[in-house]
Ligand binder design. Structure first.
Ligand SMILES: C[S@@+](CC[C@H](N)C(=O)[O-])C[C@H]1O[C@@H](n2cnc3c(N)ncnc32)[C@H](O)[C@@H]1O
Length: 244
């Protein structure tokens, strides 16, 4: 199993999460993020790394804003466009947003997508290309507190960013960090909930793919929770605005 970002693996996670989400905390996390950064109904939003599309759809439903999602995985984009026709989903790389013909956006959300991106600075350079001067960004994501211990645990790609990177890479691209919400304890609780749901639905989930696949996924998520408990891994919401 190479990561969980393939369409089939995200679909498996969605079954566990009870919706087309691939981030911890599902709808609770979306409400939390919206309580910090929320668009007006007249505004346009980009969901960077939109996956199966439920996050973009929830943001649109809860705020009335127009939402466009971008994801590298064309199969997820195809699914999201058919499942959530009120939103628009475009296949593409978030580091190349300037090439996708997007509208100018007021708010950018990234829910557990930038951790997978090797070049964080390129993401924020690309955000600059599509954002207007009043734009706000909310990045909800993992944080690597101890990169070498995290690499040893081998439950996430080696690209998970540190707190310092989350501040410095955007700043080098003209964005100012306007707030940091520590979510370490929330992530621990959300992973506990996720593992409990897996255990409650072991039979049906095992039958959906295979018992061996179930065990492999469960181990990966148990390892992630362990890393969270050890303080090797964490979670945070970072918010940014243009300029100083
Ligand atoms: C863990 S999933 C999260 C999906 C969604 N944000 C959600 O919360 O359900 C990460 C997503 O980021 C996408 N992704 C990773 N790197 C990307 C990139 N450079 N450009 C666009 N999408 C990317 C993956 O294809 C995947 O769908």
């Amino acid at each position: 199993m190479t990561g969980m970002n393939s369409f089939d693996n995200k679909s498996f996670l969605a079954r566990i999460r009870g919706g087309d989400f691939a981030h911890p905390g599902e709808e609770d996390a979306i409400d939390l993020v919206l309580s910090h950064v929320s668009p007006a109904p007249s505004e346009t939003v980009l969901d960077a790394g939109s996956g199966l599309g439920a996050t973009a759809d929830a943001i649109g439903r809860k705020t009335g804003a127009s939402v466009v999602g971008v994801d590298l995985d064309a199969q997820s984009v195809g699914y999201a466009n058919s499942r959530y026709p009120e939103r628009q989903f475009i296949p593409g790389d978030v580091t190349k947003l300037g090439e996708l013909g997007l509208p100018t956006v007021d708010v950018i959300y990234a829910f557990n997508s930038l951790y997978a991106c090797e070049d964080l600075e390129a993401c924020f350079a690309a955000f600059r290309k599509v954002a207007n001067q009043r734009a706000r960004i909310a990045v909800f994501d993992y944080i690597a507190y101890d990169a070498s211990a995290l690499a040893e645990a081998d439950c996430l790609p080696p690209t998970v960013h540190s707190m310092a990177e989350m501040r410095q890479a955007p700043e080098r691209q003209g964005w100012t960090c306007t707030g940091i919400v520590n979510l370490d304890q929330d992530y621990i609780a959300w992973y506990g909930r996720f593992l409990a749901r897996m255990d409650e639905n072991r039979e049906v989930l095992g039958a959906a793919r295979s018992p061996a696949f179930f065990d492999e996924v469960r181990k990966k998520y148990a390892d992630m929770r362990q890393c969270l408990e050890w303080g090797v891994l964490g979670g945070a919401l970072h918010t940014y605005a243009f300029g100083t």
